[in-house]
Design a protein around this ligand. Structure first.
Ligand SMILES: [Zn+2]
Length: 317
């Protein structure tokens, strides 16, 4: 019997601080952060965007080895076909089917094809990296539900939340995507009311997933910033790893010391190495128009209270 690959999955709404948290986890001995693997087929193997190491995906030695070992090369895996298969299986609207034991014949066949590919991919990542835990910051709830169906994956689920006002403010900013080198590309913007609905829906779906998945944990980004060592110790335990003295030396008074890594996709901060300040970006408190703030607070209030956030004032409960 081959041991399944332990995958620590970072789930939640985009711009919740998941990239810096995942990079911190990637600094722990035995952990290897691969970025948002859900985008490997489209942004990596097809569009050849930049890996976190600075090389283009198809030129990165790490991902070249993984592709060869898993499929005999990325071209042989037919990335466009896998992307189409993802669209036919891994979508929020298919979550009920992904969670039910019998999703119907056609869906089961497509799911089986995708999970077989993913099983080979994660096994190759573990073999090439030599690490016990693969940290995947894909965030999507349907991709987490898909990974649960991969027999050779032992999924550990971390659900990260951040104050909805901070998330909404971040989605309103214009941010360039440095990994796209052939043209100017920007991170998506989402208007406040739609973002508030998305925050509530996606976090609510992760709450559902945490009810059915045994190895799961919730973490507020703000709590990670306040005490990174304590948060990382808890998350390492979720992945079945006990930290030793010295494992957290990269956690420093002013922030984190981060090294370059082979991440497929994520927030542009994935290209910043060395000392990285760690703070709760609460610019929304002064910069967000009061009307927007009232709308997002009202629309996300039930979830905010559920995760222990205050709707007024400065700190979390
Ligand atoms: Zn790389």
């Amino acid at each position: 019997m081959v041991e399944p690959v332990r995958v620590l999955y970072i789930g939640g709404v985009g711009r919740s601080g998941s990239t810096v948290l995942s990079r911190a986890l990637g600094e722990l001995p035995g952990f290897f952060h691969v970025g948002e693997l859900v985008f490997l087929w489209s942004r990596g193997a097809t569009r050849n965007e930049l890996c976190g190491c600075g090389a283009r995906f198809l030129d990165c030695p790490f991902w070249s080895d993984v592709g060869k070992r898993a499929f005999g090369g990325w071209e042989a895996a037919e990335p466009a076909r896998v992307t189409a298969l993802q669209h036919a299986v891994d979508r929020t609207r298919y979550l009920p089917r992904l969670l039910t034991p019998d999703p119907g014949r056609d869906f089961r066949l497509r799911l089986g094809e995708l999970t077989a590919l993913l099983g080979r991919l994660y096994t190759a990542i573990q073999e090439v990296s030599g690490c016990a835990v693969v940290v995947d910051s894909s965030k999507h709830v349907s991709y987490a539900a898909t990974l649960r169906r991969v027999p050779s994956v032992d999924l550990r689920l971390l659900h990260v939340t951040r104050d909805s006002r901070g998330v909404a403010h971040s989605w309103a900013k214009k941010v360039k995507r440095p990994e796209v080198v052939d043209q100017d590309a920007y991170m998506a913007n989402i208007p406040v009311p739609r973002l508030a609905a998305r925050w509530s829906a996606f976090n609510g779906l992760f709450d559902v997933l945490r009810l059915v998945h045994r190895n799961a944990l919730g973490l507020r980004y703000e709590r990670f910033v306040a005490d990174p060592a304590a948060a990382l110790t808890r998350v390492a335990a979720l992945a079945g790893r006990e930290l030793k003295p010295g494992d957290l030396d990269f956690v420093q008074e002013a922030g984190l010391r981060l090294s370059a890594e082979h991440s497929v996709s994520g927030n542009p901060m994935r290209f910043t190495n060395g000392p990285v300040p760690l703070r709760v970006d609460d610019a929304w408190r002064s910069a967000m128009p009061p009307g927007d703030r009232a709308v997002v607070t009202a629309l996300t209030a039930p979830g905010m209270l559920r995760y222990g956030y205050r709707l007024r004032g400065r700190t979390t409960r």
